[in-house]
Design a protein around this ligand. Sequence first.
Ligand SMILES: NC(=O)c1ccc[n+]([C@@H]2O[C@H](COP(=O)([O-])OP(=O)(O)OC[C@H]3O[C@@H](n4cnc5c(N)ncnc54)[C@H](O)[C@@H]3O)[C@@H](O)[C@H]2O)c1
Length: 380
Amino acid sequence: MKIRYGMVGGGENSFIGSVHRQAAALDGEYELVCGAFASDAVRSQHSGLSLGLSAERSYADFTTMVQQEALLPADQRMQCVVIVTPNHLHLPAAKLALQHGFHVLSDKPATFDLAECRALAEIVRKTGLLYGLTHPYVAYPMVQQARTLVAQGRLGTVHKIVVEYIQGWLSSPLENSGHKQASWRVDPARAGNSCCMGDIGVHAFNLAEFVSGLEVTQLRGELNRIVAGRQLDDDGVVSMHFNNNARGVLLASQISTGEENNIRLRIYGEKAGLDWQQMEPNSLWLRPNNQPAELFRTGTAYVGEAARWHTRVPAGHPEGYIEAFANIYRAFAGQIRAHASGHNPVQQAPGIKEALRGMAFIETVVDSASRDGWLPFPAV
Ligand SMILES: NC(=O)c1ccc[n+]([C@@H]2O[C@H](COP(=O)([O-])OP(=O)(O)OC[C@H]3O[C@@H](n4cnc5c(N)ncnc54)[C@H](O)[C@@H]3O)[C@@H](O)[C@H]2O)c1
């Protein structure tokens, strides 16, 4: 049986909602059964109809959606709510869904701020329902392989982590021309207290902790507002200390003109360094000290089990963003089925722990930048 999901956000002319629908469709495990796709009832219903939903299940708003779905017979109502709205609506939608018995798969940043995320974690704990967070970069096969190599000790002790996420699309004040995606990202009322770190720095942070298996213990942030008139950062850099004493630097920028979606992770250990870039996602370089570099490739026989699980097609056929998102969906489907049957899932999508650490990262970077000093990473 397919898993029935409802979507909040993701209406016409939006960005990530359609990526989620494509990812959910890729393995045939999900069926979109309802949605509240926009802030405006008419646009929401129009979006639902154009996606092939019935008028009754193209809801005017997410409160109505959750309440009405909860009244349907168990074999018809949605099982899971996917949240793809601007950030300020993540908690209200997730809270309502969980309180009505629905699992939640949300886009990042998890909530508007850390206090909201702590409240969310408490609701997740109390309800015992599932919460997943779509950090797709950790679900690329070669990122999984990178984590395996670190865990196998191929790098030795990790000394240094350099992670960057650089884009150029906000290098001019797009928001002034009504650009939908730019407008809310630079608005503190809808984005939260950060644009660049909240939007993309948090992915880089999540990637660095996931692959290294380490945790940031203290950090110092510098945030810049390069384009005149912005209230939130569009560029920044973070120095980090990790719990094995490794040092790190995280660079995030949305004003680096000419850059597309350049997220790159380099980890240097005592024996070797590794290097992965999402714009060349099927390749992972391992560079041992004083030996020729090794190139790991997606879909080959020599990669580890985790990389294989995250791969769909044979070597040489590029897999990318939608497939990585689909890997999160596949993992979460396994979690939903395991939850229902009382078994252990095979894979776990990023969840509430990653949500809390991500929100703690954003908040600490903003605080540190305003005080111009190092701060401990909060316990979450
Ligand atoms: N994981 C990723 O790689 C990734 C990439 C892009 C965006 N995101 C995240 O996804 C979310 C959406 O980003 P986007 O770029 O798609 O934004 P967007 O502006 O393109 O889309 C937002 C959608 O939410 C809808 N919406 C607004 N208020 C609503 C309400 N009250 N009820 C229902 N729908 C409502 C809008 O009508 C629109 O359809 C953000 O939280 C963003 O950080 C994640």
